[in-house]
Design a protein around this ligand. Structure first.
Ligand code: MN
Length: 211
C-alpha cells in the first residue's frame, strides 16, 4: 500500500474550485461549469497521469517545468503530454483567474503594465477579445508575460504559452465545451460575458510572480 500512496501523491490532481459551479452565473452557467470541470478537466488530468505513469522519471516535476520544454518529454508520450498536460495546466489558470463578484478593471501594477503595453484598458480588452474570437476552432486566448513585457496571444487545441517561453497571467477557454450549452455558436457573446468573471487579484498575483 505504501507504493500506491507514493504514486498517488506524485500524480497531478484535479484542483478544487475556489467557488461553486453556479457562482459565475449569469455569465457562465452552472451546468457548463460542472461538466467542464468534473468531466473535461478531470479527463485531461487522468490522461496526463496515465501518460506519465509510463515514464516515472518525469514525475516530481511541476506541470510548468514539463510543458516548458516538450522536446525533453519521451517520444511515446510527447503528444499526450502536450494535449493533456496542456489541458491540465490551461484549465488551472482559467479557473483560478475567474470568480464571483469579479470583473471590472485591474488596479495597481497590472493596470499600469496594461496601459504601458496596450495604451488603454479598452484597447487591451479589444485585443484580447479579438484574439479569442478569431482563434480558429478550439483553443485559448492569453495575456502573458514574455521577456518582461505583457503580450496577447492565442493557442490552438491545448497548446500552452508556457511551451513558448511565456508566463500566462490570464486566459479564456474558447473550446465549444466552455460555452455551447448557454451560448451555442455565439462565441463573441460568451467572451463579452467572461470579462465580468475575471479575478484581477489573482491575475495581478500571477503578474507579480512572473516579473
Ligand atoms: Mn476547456
Amino acid at each position: 500500500m505504501a507504493t500506491d500512496e507514493k504514486e498517488k501523491t506524485m500524480s497531478f490532481e484535479l484542483p478544487k474550485l475556489a467557488y461553486a459551479y453556479d457562482a459565475l452565473e449569469p455569465y457562465i452557467d452552472a451546468r457548463t461549469m460542472e461538466i467542464h470541470h468534473s468531466k473535461h478537466h478531470a479527463a485531461y488530468t487522468n490522461n496526463l497521469n496515465a501518460a506519465l505513469d509510463k515514464h516515472p522519471e518525469i514525475k516530481g516535476k511541476t506541470i510548468e517545468q514539463i510543458l516548458a520544454d516538450l522536446t525533453k518529454v519521451p517520444d511515446d508520450i510527447r503528444t499526450a503530454v502536450r494535449n493533456h498536460g496542456g489541458g491540465y495546466f490551461n484549465h488551472n489558470v482559467f479557473w483560478s483567474t475567474m470568480g464571483p463578484k469579479s470583473g471590472g478593471e485591474p488596479k495597481g501594477p497590472l493596470s499600469d503594465a496594461i496601459q504601458s503595453a496596450f495604451g488603454t484598458f479598452a484597447a487591451f480588452k479589444e485585443k484580447l477579445s479579438a484574439a479569442a474570437v478569431s482563434q480558429f476552432g478550439s483553443g485559448w486566448a492569453w495575456l502573458s508575460v514574455k521577456d518582461g513585457a505583457l503580450v496577447v496571444s492565442s493557442t490552438p487545441n491545448q497548446d500552452s504559452p508556457v511551451s513558448q517561453g511565456m508566463t500566462p497571467i490570464l486566459t479564456i477557454d474558447v473550446w465549444e465545451h466552455a460555452y455551447y450549452l448557454k451560448y451555442q455558436n455565439r462565441r463573441p457573446e460568451y467572451i463579452e460575458n467572461w470579462w465580468h468573471t475575471i479575478n484581477w487579484n489573482e491575475a495581478t498575483r500571477r503578474f507579480e510572480a512572473a516579473k
